[in-house]
Design a protein around this ligand. Sequence first.
Ligand SMILES: [Zn+2]
Length: 96
Amino acid sequence: MLSPSGLPEVPCARCGRRISGLPWGDLCPDCFAERKGRASRLAGRISLAATALMAAYVALRVPTDPMARLYAGIAVLATYIIVRRIATRVAMEYLK
Ligand SMILES: [Zn+2]
């Protein structure tokens, strides 16, 4: 079964729409965008929770020295960025 472009038409793993040139088991662009949107919302919530925990830890544990506070602030920001990245990756794998 070949499409006019010569690429085999493969059904989307989720909605079953046939897309030419899609790798087997992959999602069509619509489903992919939908999953990406959900993954990024989920990752946003997870990373905010992780950042809140980190901020609470920093507020309790880091001395009130301005330099220590500055580095703690950077660490909190880094936590948000890193957790968000990881959570997006993981969510993209596991959301169906
Ligand atoms: Zn689809």
